[in-house]
Design a protein. Structure first.
Length: 156
């Protein structure tokens, strides 16, 4: 992912999203095959309607076309992050306390790199998960600098 492009797009998108009383969750800029995709994820406490995605897409597209900061042709996609919303910011982790999350670490912890469980605690430096292994429950602490990515997890 081109970090510079995502930072530029975040700077364009943030005021647009805030003006519409929405939250900018994440920006991804990825190549799939020959095509480049700019994905902007927005949300709000009440969820996101398709009209809101359209409004952000239209305004952001106009701003990006005017300044033209992206070197490739790309497809712009504005959407909700969905049920398995990524946890990126401190606020995301705080709001996820008590919910099921999936965590992937850079290196194995206790022989594992993937963890799914209830987020019990977050202090900015460490997350504490309650894992269920068969019929046993186990708490595990994961330092934030070991977290490669995190997201809400849907359980059935």
């Amino acid at each position: 992912m081109d970090k510079k492009v995502t930072e530029i797009v975040e700077a364009f998108a943030q005021p647009i999203v805030e003006e519409l009383n929405l939250e900018l969750v994440d920006v991804e800029y990825v190549q799939e095959g020959q095509d480049w995709f700019l994905r902007v994820f927005i949300d709000s406490e009440k969820g996101v309607e398709i009209e809101e995605c359209g409004a952000v897409s239209e305004r952001l597209s106009e701003a990006l076309d005017k300044e033209d900061p992206i070197p490739h042709l790309y497809f712009l996609d504005v959407s909700s992050p969905g049920a398995e919303r990524p946890l990126k910011k401190e606020k995301d982790f705080q709001q996820a306390v008590g919910k099921q999350v999936a965590i992937k670490t850079y290196k194995p912890i206790d022989g594992e790199k993937m963890f799914e469980g209830k987020l019990l605690f977050y202090d900015g430096n460490t997350i504490t998960l309650l894992l269920t292994i068969k019929t046993r429950k186990k708490e595990i602490q994961i330092p934030m600098d070991k977290v490669a990515n995190a997201r809400l997890a849907v359980t059935f």
